[in-house]
Design a protein around this ligand. Structure first.
Ligand SMILES: *Cc1c(COP(=O)(O)O)cnc(C)c1O
Length: 384
């Protein structure tokens, strides 16, 4: 394994070595469920593909190197990765989580794991005092998302990790929005990094996947046990697609961030736009912190139109380059209306309390030409 070099080098090389039997430069798709043994129990480290698969191993090593971690484990989806982390806990354990959270994470915490006796509290993790007060002697895990979805709030990973560790609480960061190119939670003190690799890691909206990365051997062993016992593993073809994705992650994140900053500036100067949420803007409350803990500000933007709900809905269906769709992180630009799409499951009152208004629009900025993207937004705003 080559874990040396700077990010873009590791992205191309870590975990990848020419196939020993043929010299193939790219890791083959090992479509096999089982492996021949020389004698009972004598094998090359692969027995059965739920437990180990060479294509998955290459991806796991690649992602670990990108996050600066010692161990990576891949799962069939982001939700499977998140569920694996929570499955290491016991009935009676308590988790403190951010309150501006991916909807599916909120759902699996409250609708699945609470039934097994694990309890969850949701707090504003941008407020260290609120986090500190929520930690109890039963708290085993602190769950962070930064930047959050869709309001792009920024939590200080180093400060919150320190505070949690003083009370022996482990810290997990869902790094889906930032990716390891923009932010390395493990180096900031987190114990676990979780991904929906469906988004920027894959980057082409053609695969669903998840991952957990850590440098803590005991966490790795517990998670590896869950991965093999529960069995929510990705197939080798999915791992191959994700490995193809990570090779260009650095390039893509540069372009996503560059385009998004241009578009956030365009929107914040627009007469029909009342509010823009983008951590790269000086006006964003988390700007200074984002500048400190991130390399650039990412590809996600949210904004509000002055004309409100109906105009927002109309705008979202008038786009020509942007596609109206859920998800994010692909090369193509997407537009979404959280109140009726990604966040419709959250009761309206709860949504409004968090600042997630009916008129809010979310953009996942792709890697197209920024001028075409701005022109598309301009025509749609004029026609709504
Ligand atoms: C999409 C997403 C998830 C869930 O991942 P899936 O791959 O869809 O299961 C978790 N967290 C965040 C921040 C996401 O955007």
């Amino acid at each position: 394994m080559n874990t040396k070099g700077k990010f873009a080098t590791r992205a191309v090389h870590a975990g990848q070595k020419p196939d020993p039997s043929t010299g193939a430069v790219m890791t083959p798709v090992y479509l096999t469920s089982t492996y021949v043994q020389e004698a009972p129990g004598v094998h090359k480290g692969f027995e059965y593909s739920r437990t180990q698969n060479p294509t998955r191993k290459a991806l796991e090593e690649n992602l670990a190197a990108l996050e600066g971690g010692d161990y990576g484990l891949c799962f069939a989806s982001g939700m499977a990765a998140i569920s694996a982390v929570i499955s290491t806990l016991n009935s009676g354990d308590h988790v403190v989580s951010g309150n501006d959270l991916y909807g599916g994470t909120y759902r699996v915490f409250t609708k699945v794991f609470e039934r097994f006796g694990i309890s969850f509290d949701f707090v504003d993790t941008t407020d260290a005092e609120a986090v500190s007060q929520a930690l109890t002697p039963k708290t085993k895990l602190l769950w962070l998302e930064t930047p959050t979805n869709p309001l792009l709030n920024i939590t200080d990973i180093a400060e919150i990790s320190k505070l949690a560790h003083e009370k022996n609480v482990a810290v997990a960061v869902d790094n889906t929005f930032a990716t390891p190119y923009l932010q390395e939670p493990l180096s900031l003190g987190a114990d676990l990094v979780v991904h929906s690799s469906t988004k920027y890691i894959g980057g082409h909206s053609d695969v669903v996947g998840g991952a957990v990365i850590t440098s803590d051997k005991s966490w790795h062993e517990r998670l590896k046990f869950i991965q093999n016992s529960v069995g929510a593993v990705p197939g080798p073809m999915d791992c191959f697609l994700l490995l193809r994705g990570t090779k260009t992650l650095a390039l893509r994140m540069e372009r996503h961030s560059e385009n998004a900053l241009k578009i956030a500036r365009f929107l914040s100067n627009h007469s029909q736009v009342s509010k823009v949420y983008y951590p790269g803007l000086e006006s964003h409350p988390g700007h200074a912190l984002a500048k400190k803990q991130m390399r650039a500000f990412g590809g996600m933007i949210s904004f509000e139109l002055k004309a409100g709900f109906e105009a927002a809905k109309k705008m979202a269906s008038q786009m020509k380059v942007f596609s109206l769709a859920e998800s994010l992180g692909g090369v193509e630009s997407l537009i979404g209306h959280p109140a009726t799409m990604t966040h419709a499951a959250i009761p309206r009152e709860e949504r409004l309390k968090r600042g997630l208004t009916d008129g809010l629009i979310r953009l996942s900025i792709g890697i197209e030409d920024a001028e075409d993207l701005t022109a598309d937004l301009e025509q749609a705003i004029l026609n709504s």
